[in-house]
Structures are given as structure tokens and as C-alpha cells.
Design a binder for this molecule. Structure first.
Ligand code: CUA
Length: 323
């Protein structure tokens, strides 16, 4: 019940607050400006057509016993009725191309600030030149223009943070790019927007935009290898983690675990949520997830290991120590 309620809250939040009409990036501002132009043009057309229809209905109403003969329009009117829509199409074409150019200039020869890879069903974020890899909660600096490179490890996914304006596909074997200038620090919610399998709907996306200094600190902290723990239970957990071959899929820097198939867990405990934001990151959720992954996220690649309670507790203690 906990999950479905949370999912409900998330969805409500997503549609009511993180509206596409609220521009959190300068790119979204450009797109929304264009949207407003289109909206006014559409409203103008609706008004003209409605007014003309009403006028014609009243003016040319047939009278008792008299049949109305339609007349051909004068050339002047024909030119006007073809010319005005054509002029509008041309103006909007130019405005659209200009906006596309402003929002998505070429990324050729530019090095990305972050590389986001879509997986079934989570997001991997790598920070080139920083040796930092994280998952699902993507930290970015606010107040500066950054380049996001988008890749896919499997099928097609789609990056969509409504407040950031544009969507962009993540396609295997292809490099896509997005420019973002996030105006204000904050937490921005999004979701995968291309059907990618059983957990497509559960493939949420969280962007944490921070002031540049705070962001740099975050990078610095995440560059560190996993913290060694003194806690006996957590140490047992680390052993179980190694024995159960968890490290074949998950990387924990500074340990022998260096798998790349699943989310990087080096600083797992510093994340607010688990499973792309489906559940809060706490000991109870971690235990539930490890005990039966398919119950929480059916279709996810995390297998069930049939562990006893003590082993689960030890693993949870270990994972919670990875700050
Ligand atoms: Cu990934 Cu839909």
C-alpha cells in the first residue's frame, strides 16, 4: 500500500506542479515563448472563424419560399484567405527553426558535463573527467549552461523533465545531446517518456540542481571510494555482498565489486530514494527490495536471492553505511 500511495502522490505532483508550462531552464523559456505565440495565433484563428461562421449564418439565412444561390468569392477575398494562412505558416516556420537553433545548438566538439545512460529501468549518470558515477538522482549545477550526453544501454528510452521543456531520446548506438541552463537550484521530477518495457512507468527521473559550489562539493565527495565501516553487522553485510556475487552487477569503488550492469552503489546511502524514486531510501525499503525485488518493481533485472532475515539485515547495514 505504501508504494501505490507514493506512486499516486508522485503522479499528482508530476502533473499538477511540475508542469511543462513552468520553465525551469532558459531553454524551456524559449520553447514556452514559442508556445505562447502559437496559442495566440490559434486563438486569433478560432475567433475569426467563429465570427465569420456566425456572420454568414445570420446574414445568408434563407427566407420563406426563397432558395439562396451561393455566390463565388471575389478574387480579393481568395487572395486574402490563401495569403494570410500562408504568411502565418512562414512566420511560424521561421520562429520554430530559430527556437530549435537557440535551444539545441550543435554539440560537435564540445565535451559533455554529464553522460546519462538509460537502462531497463533506471538512469546512470557519469561525470566525465571526475570519476564519478551515480544513478537515478542526477546532480547538476544551476545557473550555468551544461551539456548532457544521452546514451542507451539497451532499448530506446526518453529523457523528459517537463519543467526543462524539451524531450530527448536515448538510443543504443547513437549519441544524443541536450543543453540545459537550470535557472534555480531545486529538485525536478521527470520520467522516461518512451515505452521501454514492463517498468517503463516506474522509470522516473530526478534532477537535483545545486548552486555551483555545492555541486562541486558533491562531486568531490562522490569521487571518494566507499567508506570503510567499523560496524560488525555491516562488515558481515560486505562479506555477503561479495559471496552472493552482487558485485557482478553493482560497482562499489574501493572494493572488489566492479559490475556495470546495475546502479553504482558506492555512495548509495547519500541518495534520498531508491528505484528511480519509487521508494524512500531507508533501511525498511532496502530490506523489502533485497528480499523480493519483483514484488516492488516487477520486470526489473534485480533477481531474488532467497536470503534469510539475518543476511538481509547485514546487507542493509552495509548498504546504509555507503554514504
Ligand atoms: Cu525507459 Cu520508458
Amino acid at each position: 500500500m505504501l508504494i501505490s500511495f507514493q506512486q499516486y502522490l508522485f503522479t499528482a505532483h508530476f502533473y499538477l506542479l511540475d508542469s511543462v508550462l513552468h520553465s525551469a531552464t532558459t531553454q524551456a523559456e524559449e520553447i514556452n515563448k514559442l508556445h505562447v505565440y502559437f496559442l495566440f495565433a490559434a486563438a486569433f484563428i478560432l475567433f475569426i472563424v467563429t465570427a465569420a461562421t456566425v456572420y454568414v449564418l445570420l446574414k445568408f439565412k434563407s427566407k420563406e419560399g426563397q432558395e439562396y444561390q451561393p455566390k463565388t468569392l471575389s478574387t480579393k477575398w481568395e487572395i486574402l484567405m490563401i495569403g494570410v494562412p500562408m504568411a502565418m505558416v512562414i512566420v511560424f516556420f521561421i520562429l520554430t527553426v530559430r527556437t530549435m537553433h537557440d535551444v539545441l545548438p550543435s554539440a560537435e566538439g564540445k565535451s559533455p558535463d554529464v553522460v546519462v545512460t538509460g537502462h531497463q529501468f533506471w538512469w546512470e549518470a557519469q561525470y566525465p573527467g571526475q570519476q564519478v558515477t551515480t544513478a537515478n538522482e542526477i546532480h547538476l549545477p544551476a545557473g550555468k549552461t551544461i551539456l548532457v550526453k544521452l546514451l542507451s544501454a539497451d532499448v530506446i528510452h526518453d529523457w523528459w523533465v517537463p519543467e526543462f521543456g524539451n524531450k530527448m531520446d536515448l538510443i543504443s548506438g547513437k549519441e544524443n545531446y541536450l543543453w540545459l541552463n537550470i535557472k534555480k537550484p531545486g529538485i525536478y521530477h521527470g520520467a522516461c517518456s518512451e515505452f521501454c518495457g514492463a517498468q517503463h512507468a516506474g522509470m522516473r527521473l530526478i534532477v537535483i540542481a545545486q548552486p555551483e559550489q555545492e555541486y562541486n562539493q558533491w562531486l568531490l565527495q562522490h569521487k571518494q571510494p566507499a567508506a570503510a565501516t567499523n560496524d560488525a553487522l555491516a562488515q558481515t553485510g560486505a562479506q555477503i555482498f561479495a559471496e552472493k556475487t552482487c558485485g557482478n552487477c553493482h560497482n562499489i569503488s574501493g572494493t572488489s565489486s566492479n559490475g556495470q550492469a546495475g546502479p553504482d552503489l558506492t555512495h548509495l546511502a547519500s541518495r534520498q530514494t531508491l528505484l528511480t524514486g519509487l521508494i524512500p531510501n531507508n533501511k525498511e525499503s532496502l530490506a523489502r527490495w533485497i528480499e523480493n525485488p519483483q514484488e516492488i518493481k516487477p520486470g526489473a533485472n534485480m533477481p531474488k536471492f532467497y536470503l534469510d532475515k539475518d543476511s538481509v539485515n547485514a546487507l542493509v547495514a552495509y548498504l546504509s553505511s555507503l554514504k
